[in-house]
Ligand binder design. Structure first.
Ligand code: AMP
Ligand code: MG
Length: 507
């Protein structure tokens, strides 16, 4: 089956392969090798992640590593496969999908626990349908950078170990070149995997998958069931844990101003990780109705709809798990808990940004920001600095820098006064100082996010063979709360041309 030669990753004996998903068997996946690309080269390597994983430092340096991570050779111990799943796309049942251009090598032991390695863009699979199994350099740079940016922001996500490229042509709207992102996650199982077996009425196969996920990745389900939660119903607890993780993830998205763009159920991780970066966008000006995906003509996945969509997607998962849970009332109870969990998680995240918990002030602020489409990231960062300066004087330079973001200065001043007096109360009540609260806020409000135009500049340079900008952004986005004063320009308002960037599903 493995027609190509295998290669040892450097120091391969120290890499311990588990391949537990592969062992589930052919109901779940098809074994096949990647299809090599011509003249592969490194685009970027994430040595920080390599270190986090505790994998040998040569793991991203040798010719063998380049071959392994570009799909030109199979590392010793790997058993490459594509998995099958289905899903709802844009609210409609899409039937069978599957890894059409992602190939998993298996799971490797790491200091972060077993991690599945997946090559995105490594060639066609039985699930490619009419696709070519490839990914273009443009969208691969976006996924590579954004997954690490999300991690830097503390938001659960799949990660990216490296990015390789090839001059081989891939046709989208125009001729582009191919790339492979090496993605890492404890598991890439999606809601759609469960929907797949439910649609086929294969309850026992689905049970095998649910048991696998709970044993390998979500042991808290069994623990909580054993403690008597949900009458000890393990499958209800699976839904519960996925719901809790999804609520937490989407609350973080909302707080940081992240739009996913394609929240189809096949792009929803069972571990509550941000997964499948396509036409995502970090908001520039705050517009809750913003639709980042140019192909989403109905605005189904607009920023403000993301929590509702997550809830809808969880209903699809619940429906799929019905034969395992076998208790409609319990299922409804679990689903309802999402609303409470999400609201709590969002309140908590927004209180971190604001420096105090106050829903009314928060809502009033967001309404004002929406009315003026104030730059979302800049606003929060400037507010944090103003508080950190340690004074409530609205005419101090750091407060004027916040006011400059608003046209309606009277409305801003009203809000600022109320905020300052709430802050003063908090500081007195808790024996804090303005600068202490401000320093905390600076840990919640990033200076750097992957704005579309920043990715676009890196892509343009990379297309001409200069990958340096990808590495600059990678470093910056991995610690987005730090000042990096030499890179101030990356934290400014977007240029006018940024609003004309159109990102679609084409990738
Ligand atoms: P996405 O919209 O990227 O989540 O993809 C939806 C489905 O289409 C998944 O099953 C992908 O694997 C598949 N797919 C997307 N692009 C390609 C491609 N170029 N070749 C093969 N399959 C693809
Ligand atoms: Mg997808």
């Amino acid at each position: 089956m493995q027609v190509m030669s295998s290669t040892a990753l450097p120091d391969a004996p120290s890499l311990v392969w588990h391949n537990s998903f592969a062992q589930l068997g052919e109901d779940f996946l098809t074994h096949l090798p990647p299809t090599p690309l011509a003249e592969v080269h490194w685009v970027s390597r994430n040595f920080t992640l390599l270190k986090d994983l505790g994998w040998p430092s040569e793991g991203l340096s040798s010719a063998d590593a380049l071959k392994a991570f570009s799909g030109c050779a199979i590392p010793e111990g790997a058993q490459p496969y594509a998995s099958v799943y289905s899903g709802h796309q844009f609210g409609v049942w899409a039937g069978q999908l599957g890894d059409g251009r992602a190939l998993s090598l298996g799971e490797v032991e790491s200091t972060l626990g077993p991690q599945e390695i997946q090559l995105k863009g490594a060639g066609p699979t039985p699930y490619s349908r009419r696709g070519d199994g490839r990914a273009v350099l443009r969208s691969s740079i976006r996924e590579y950078l954004c997954s690490e940016a999300m991690h830097g922001l503390g938001i659960p996500t799949t990660r990216a170990l490296c990015l390789t490229g090839s001059p081989q042509t891939v046709y989208r709207e125009e001729a582009e070149t191919a790339a492979v992102v090496t993605r890492i996650a404890p598991s890439f199982v999606r809601f759609g995997h469960f929907e797949h077996f439910a649609a086929l009425d294969q309850t026992e196969t689905q049970r095998t998958l649910a048991d696998h996920v709970m044993k390998e990745q979500l042991p808290e389900c069994t623990r909580r069931a054993a403690a008597g939660e949900h009458h000890g119903n393990r499958y209800a607890l699976l839904l519960q844990v996925v719901s809790e993780r999804t609520a937490h993830m989407v609350a973080q998205w909302q707080a940081v101003g992240f739009c996913h763009g394609v929240m189809n159920t096949d792009n929803m991780s069972i571990l509550g990780l941000t997964l499948d970066y396509g036409p995502f966008q970090f908001l520039d000006g705050f517009n809750p109705r913003h639709v980042c995906n140019h192909s989403d003509s109905q605005g189904r996945y607009a920023y403000h709809r993301q929590p509702q969509v997550a809830f809808w997607n969880l209903h699809c998962l619940a429906q799929a798990l019905t034969p395992l849970i076998q208790d409609m009332e319990l299922t409804k109870t679990v689903l309802e808990s999402f609303k409470v969990d999400f609201a709590k998680a969002l309140d908590h995240a927004m209180a971190g940004k604001l420096g105090l918990a106050h829903r009314e002030l928060n809502d009033r602020l967001l309404q004002l920001m929406a009315r003026e489409q104030v730059d979302y990231t800049l606003f929060w960062r400037r507010l944090s600095h103003a508080v950190a300066q340690g004074q409530a004087d609205p005419l101090a330079p750091s407060w004027l820098a916040v006011r400059d973001l608003f046209l309606d200065r009277a409305a801003w001043s009203d809000w600022q006064q109320d905020y300052a007096s709430e802050m003063q109360n908090l500081i007195q009540a808790q024996d804090l100082s303005w600068s202490e609260v401000g320093s905390q806020m600076l840990r919640h409000n990033p200076k750097y996010v992957l704005r579309n135009h920043l990715a676009e500049i890196a892509i343009r340079k990379a297309k001409s063979g200069d990958f340096s900008e990808v590495d600059v952004l990678l470093t910056l986005l991995q610690s987005p709360f730090d000042e990096h004063p030499e890179h101030d320009a990356y934290a400014q308002l977007p240029p006018d041309w940024a609003s004309s960037i159109e990102i679609s599903c084409s990738s």
